[in-house]
Design a binder for this molecule. Structure first.
Ligand SMILES: C[S@@+](CC[C@H](N)C(=O)[O-])C[C@H]1O[C@@H](n2cnc3c(N)ncnc32)[C@H](O)[C@@H]1O
Length: 252
């Protein structure tokens, strides 16, 4: 495998971002995200300590979450199942730009009337209106730096109770580790090629902090690092420092 330049964010595009890419491979990619997310995305602990914990403080009301760049919606379905178990009422607006992913997600969400899949651009701030929570997993690396900052600014303006943005750190260890771990197992999809491009489009922790600062957030924001080679940005009007520390001690 050739040596890649990871000194700055790459501008190389992912296959899945092209509307001309194979729909069959895209569908397999969306299906395989479920396993990838389970293994590396840490969404269960993150959403349990943020959204579910916050909702439990007043379980009598109904809440709304915007899941931006929702892909196949496997995380949204997991969250709805946890809410049902706990007697919590949540509606999810899953925003997705690619019409093929929208169709895939709508079919996969049969039996989940709590999730509405909306075809749209996550950078359209109007989609955030009325959201108690905003969530995005693996969306930021699809955006340019300027778009990331604008995105965070729009979320801050919408002032949800909490927001959680998770994505990839760019490092040699992440790049070659993913190549070794995923290469032999994921076939017939964009997972391996786009996964490597995603890491090249990922961020250093310093870059994430600079993007957050550039958005001039009005409320406290925490940037945490997680294994394996991931970060989470958490903010919102109901985020308190103790909650943030309990997710990733000392990582403020
Ligand atoms: C790497 S996938 C992650 C999907 C899902 N969040 C997950 O964790 O499995 C990124 C998704 O974001 C979508 N996307 C990229 N840019 C977008 C934008 N500006 N607005 C809405 N969706 C976008 C892509 O079509 C893709 O489905």
């Amino acid at each position: 495998m050739k040596i890649v330049d990871l000194s700055s964010r790459s501008g190389v595009s992912e296959e899945m971002d092209s509307l001309d890419s194979s729909s069959d491979r895209l569908q397999r990619t969306l299906g395989q995200f479920e396993l990838i997310n389970r293994v590396v995305s840490r969404y269960r602990s993150t959403l349990t300590h943020s959204v579910l914990r916050d909702m439990a403080q007043d379980s009598s009301r109904r809440y709304r979450l915007a899941d931006l760049g929702a892909g196949g919606c496997d995380i949204a379905r997991w969250l709805i199942r946890r809410c049902r178990e706990r007697g919590l009422r949540l509606t999810i607006s899953a925003v997705e730009r690619d019409p093929r992913a929208v169709r895939y997600a709508r079919a996969a969400n049969a039996g989940y009337p709590e999730i509405q899949v909306v075809e749209g651009n996550a950078l359209d701030g109007g989609l955030l209106s009325g959201a108690d929570y905003v969530y995005a997993n693996h969306l930021l690396h699809h955006l340019t730096d300027a778009e990331c900052t604008e995105f965070i600014r729009q979320i801050e303006h919408a002032a949800p109770r909490q927001y959680v943005l998770s994505d990839l750190l760019r490092s040699r260890w992440a790049y070659y580790g993913f190549w070794l771990a995923a290469g032999p197992f994921f076939h017939g999809s964009f997972i391996v090629r786009d996964g490597l491009v995603s890491i090249r489009r990922g961020f250093t922790l310093q870059e994430v902090r600079a993007l957050v600062s550039a958005a001039a957030p009005a409320h406290p924001v925490t940037v945490c690092r997680h294994l394996p080679s991931r970060f989470t940005i958490r903010g919102g009007t109901f985020l308190n420092a103790d909650t943030a520390r309990s997710v990733a001690p000392g990582a403020r």
